[in-house]
Design a binder for this molecule. Structure first.
Ligand SMILES: NC(=O)c1ccc[n+]([C@@H]2O[C@H](COP(=O)([O-])OP(=O)(O)OC[C@H]3O[C@@H](n4cnc5c(N)ncnc54)[C@H](O)[C@@H]3O)[C@@H](O)[C@H]2O)c1
Length: 421
């Protein structure tokens, strides 16, 4: 306790008059539409008045990705690897309509894929629990951390349409040797898909999940359909078991934590009946779908924390769990007051700052980030919420005067924060 106080006093010495000093920068990745507006407000009202923060800034908004031929996404990914902390705003993944809207020279991919590949990390999602937000799944009183593998499977695979009666084969070429497997004999039009994964990336994923579970003191369940995919999912299971036995079993035993391999259908049913309080590790597609189910089950997608952590635990990218909220942005452009929930974006900032604090051993910064999180949660718990949370707090018959606009909500959090730091 006394030691912590001394550390605080010493680090305060380096702070400007009132702001918390941070010796190393974070990488700030700007984005698009409503989330871009929210990010700017959070930065200007909740972060920069309190923290002297160096920011290595990359504008990954769609117009700038187009202007730089997407070089900016590459630069941003490299900067995250250099500085170890990236805080990213949501960005548009263009489709044909967006190509026309922004007069794009190409259908540039989302920067997320590039950053994911650079970090080779695990995506964790977790719901923020506020006492007054009624959950759709009432029994969930403790958080569920969703760990999603982010390499290969459907996201790196190849899918195609078979137009006419055809046969498809899978060929495995090893040196000069080829082995050919007949997959299907099409009598008519159909589709096909090939997916892949690697033992190394599964090993990294398993390590990240066990490390996160130890940090948070949660048991781990890894769920697959290994009864169906007897080779594919079996490799995932075997690697999880190997990593656990070799590196984590004794640490888990000391912490009184458990690890289980589960069948995904059995686990989905079990999760619904549980009170939460576990880390649920999933393959990429399953994690994509089930983390939205779990997010909504806790009340709102606006209450989700999202981070991508490298397997050595050193590098993190945080971002809101939602997109650029185009529908609200269209209203904003017309000058209509919007009520978009900024909480997931606030937590993208706090979790990024907490990681900076941990790496730099900066307890002032860590406790500032925690205070900002508490200020946000207690604002909601006082019944001050954005429109998406109004039905969860006041019921579906809520009135218009029962919710705040985005800026009003951020102002309420800023007032509370100002009194606490
Ligand atoms: N990680 C990312 O950068 C990311 C992720 C998803 C979508 N996107 C992009 O975002 C754009 C819009 O996509 P979308 O409309 O499918 O998804 P979205 O998450 O932006 O919004 C979908 C709907 O969910 C609700 N919603 C989402 N966030 C909310 C919030 N904070 N407060 C209140 N309500 C909220 C709104 O009703 C909204 O219309 C697309 O261009 C897409 O490519 C980016």
């Amino acid at each position: 306790m006394f030691k912590t106080q001394i550390v605080k006093l010493l680090s305060r010495k380096y702070a400007t008059k009132t702001k918390i000093a941070v010796s190393k920068p974070i990488v700030e990745i700007d984005g698009d539409e409503m989330t871009k507006i929210i990010f700017a407000e959070i930065k200007n009202k909740l972060i920069l008045p309190f923290v002297e923060l160096g920011r290595d800034y990359y504008d990954c908004s769609l117009p700038n990705r187009n202007a730089t031929k997407n070089q900016v996404s590459k630069d941003a990914a490299e900067a995250i690897l250099r500085h170890n902390v990236g805080i990213k705003c949501s960005t548009i993944t263009p489709d044909e309509e967006r190509v026309k809207e922004f007069n794009l020279t190409q259908m540039w991919p989302s920067p997320n894929g590039m950053i994911r590949n650079a970090l080779n990390g695990t995506q964790f999602r977790e719901s923020i629990i506020c006492r007054n937000v009624n959950k759709y799944v009432r029994g969930w009183t403790k958080p569920i951390i969703m760990g999603r593998h982010t390499f290969g499977d459907q996201y790196g695979g190849k899918d195609l349409t078979i137009e006419k009666p055809s046969k498809i084969y899978l060929t495995v070429k090893t040196g000069d040797h080829e082995e050919k497997f007949e997959i299907f004999d099409y009598k008519n039009r159909g589709v096909a898909m090939v997916t892949f994964n690697t033992e190394d990336s599964i090993r990294n994923f398993a390590t990240s999940c066990f490390r996160m579970a130890l940090e948070r003191q949660f048991p781990v369940y890894f769920a697959t359909k290994s009864t169906l995919l007897k080779q594919y999912d079996k490799l995932f299971n075997d690697v999880f078991l190997e990593v656990y036995e070799k590196n984590f079993k004794s640490k888990f035993a000391q912490a009184n934590l458990t690890f289980e391999l589960r069948l995904i259908d059995d686990m989905a049913a079990q999760a619904m009946k549980s009170s939460g309080g576990f880390l649920w590790a999933l393959k990429s597609y399953d994690g994509d779908v089930l983390s939205d189910v779990v997010g909504q089950g806790f009340g709102s997608m606006g209450l989700m924390i999202h981070s991508l952590i490298s397997h050595d635990g050193r590098t993190i990218m945080t971002e809101p769990a939602h997109g650029t909220v185009t529908r609200h942005f269209r209203e904003y452009q017309k000058g209509v007051k919007v009520s978009t929930n900024p909480i997931s974006s606030i937590f993208a900032w706090t979790r990024g700052l907490q990681h900076r604090a941990k790496l730099d051993n900066n307890p002032d910064l860590g406790s500032f980030a925690q205070t900002l999180e508490k200020s946000t949660i207690s604002t909601v718990e006082e019944g001050l919420v954005t429109k998406d949370l109004a039905p969860c707090v006041f019921g579906t018959e809520f009135r218009e005067d029962q919710y705040l606009g985005t800026s009003e909500f951020i102002d309420k959090v800023a007032q509370k924060l100002g009194k606490l730091v």
